[in-house]
Design a binder for this molecule. Structure first.
Ligand code: FRU
Length: 480
């Protein structure tokens, strides 16, 4: 076996032996040890789901990027695999950056960015980025075939290819930076090896729309076409764009060979603190599913002290409702992790906090907005977070608490129309994912409870609140 891969696998095993699990997820994909960021190469092929990810196997910080690998037969239970790609060839000397996977007539094929620092390590102004190919016969070991697409003159960044098959050909969207502005570039190919430029699908007109568009993805959803991407450099506007970088989408219409006609401007996909670089894939039955990195660049990550950093979100299904909104809901396969349902009586609270259960990983409830007049009401997760209706701001707020100031504060979404707010909440050892009214909004944040205390309480401050349809589950581990 390739020496760089064997060394990297050995490094993960060594770190794994020292890993502490206080914050280690029970039901989210995370590295066995070391660092991960973006999900890569999400694909269903030959009866197996593959999830690759940006991985630094040598320690808990970002470094020369490898591709870690995990597989699943049911999208609920996962197994770590040997590391799939290690950097080291002249074209990917400093990193195998993000990319995708396709099923090329049964051959698992990866298309990724080979990254090289031309001057100092970390100097983003001096980089060479090319799109590279690797294939596997057994779904575990990969043969690199080198670069298949280099950027034209004048492109400063060029990375994160996402490839799909359409009619009799292959298409690729790539994130780029040209003249200091982000863009999504479209290419076409007959054989995955030779690529022709088609057009710029869309790009920033001003710096306010981003200096670089990372991790683009382009796919149909219902009657619409979605351009999903992660722009860097958007300024915060009120409640929007609060994180270091954003992830969201443009909606429009597209036919192969034509321009992308945008009908709806940029909209963030998740309103929490920790959601970046999402990538979609097609499930065995054709549903459009997505994973994202459940962290944010430059955020404090307390799990580093425990020998690992980074996790992926739950797999989520994307759909379009009749109003043309993109909905995001947990993949239905996750129900396989549920223990017996625990039902709780409806509760009316007035200026009170009441423990509901000590150990739930999934909880559904609805709040009767018409029958509640408390200024703030909702649930608390130990001392780590609260999820509540702010009756003055008319928003649903996710607030997290920590001794680390960089991990405190609120993210929120407007209350949806109607009298019922229905919430589906997933609580892992260091994360909270909230799905609002069947997916019209989502909030995803990392949380770090003290001593693992994640008991769920209901509360109502300065008034009364009506809680209904309370049901909870313990979830099994995803690790086989
Ligand atoms: C997004 C990103 C990608 C790049 C990768 C490097 O988080 O910056 O653009 O390929 O991470 O790890």
């Amino acid at each position: 076996m390739n020496n760089a891969l064997a060394q990297a696998d050995h490094a993960v095993e060594t770190l794994r032996a020292q890993r502490q699990d206080d914050y280690y997820p029970q039901f989210h994909l995370a590295p066995a040890a070391g660092w991960i960021n973006d999900p890569n190469g999400l694909v269903y092929i030959n009866g197996v789901y593959h999830a690759f990810y940006q991985h630094h196997p040598y320690d808990e910080n970002w470094g020369p990027m490898h591709w870690g690998h995990a597989i699943s037969r049911d999208l609920a239970h996962w197994q770590h695999q040997p590391i799939a790609l290690a950097p080291g060839d002249d074209y990917d000397k400093d990193g195998c950056f993000s990319g995708c996977a396709v099923d090329d007539n049964g051959v698992l094929t990866l298309i990724y960015t080979g990254h090289v620092w031309l001057d100092k390590v970390g100097d983003d102004d001096q980089v060479r980025e090319v799109q590279c190919l690797a294939t596997s016969e057994d779904g575990v070991h990969f043969v690199k075939h080198g670069p298949v697409l280099a950027p034209p003159e004048g492109i400063q960044h060029f990375r994160d290819p996402k490839v799909w098959r359409e009619n009799d050909g292959w298409w690729m969207v790539v994130g780029a930076k040209q003249n200091g502005l982000g863009q999504a570039r479209l290419y076409r190919s007959k054989d995955l090896r030779s690529w022709q430029f088609d057009r710029v699908l869309d790009g920033a007109q001003t710096l306010h729309q981003g200096y670089m568009w990372e991790c683009p993805d382009f796919f149909p959803l219902g009657e619409k076409q979605v351009l999903l991407f992660s722009p860097q450099g958007l300024a915060a506007q009120g409640y929007r764009h609060r994180n270091r970088f954003q992830s969201g989408y443009l909606l429009g219409h597209w036919q192969p060979g034509a321009d992308f006609n945008v009908t709806q401007p940029f909209c963030e996909l998740d309103a929490g603190h920790d959601f970046y670089a999402p990538q979609t894939f097609t499930a065995a039955d054709g549903r459009r599913l997505l994973f994202a990195w459940m962290d944010m660049w430059e955020s404090p990550m307390p799990s580093k002290a425990h020998g690992w950093a980074g996790a992926l979100t739950l797999p989520r299904e994307l759909t379009l409702n009749a109003e043309g909104d993109v909905l995001m809901n947990p993949a239905r396969e996750l129900a396989a992790l549920r223990g017996l349902p625990q039902r709780f009586a409806a509760a009316q609270l007035r200026n009170q906090r009441q423990l509901l259960a000590e150990n739930l990983q999934e909880l559904t409830l609805s709040l009767d907005l018409a029958a509640s007049d408390a200024e703030r009401y909702g649930i608390a997760i130990g001392d780590a977070a609260r999820l509540y209706v702010d009756n003055q701001a008319h928003r649903l707020v996710l607030e997290r608490f920590s001794e680390e100031p960089g991990l405190c504060g609120c993210r929120s979404v407007p209350l949806p129309a109607g009298d019922t707010l229905s919430l589906r909440v997933f609580i892992d050892r260091s994360s909270l994912e909230v799905f609002v009214n069947q997916g019209v909004a989502c909030l995803t944040s990392r949380i770090y409870p003290t001593d693992g205390r994640r008991g769920v309480s209901l509360f109502a401050e300065s008034g009364q609140a009506q809680f209904e349809a309370l049901q909870g589950w313990e979830l099994a581990s995803i690790w086989a």
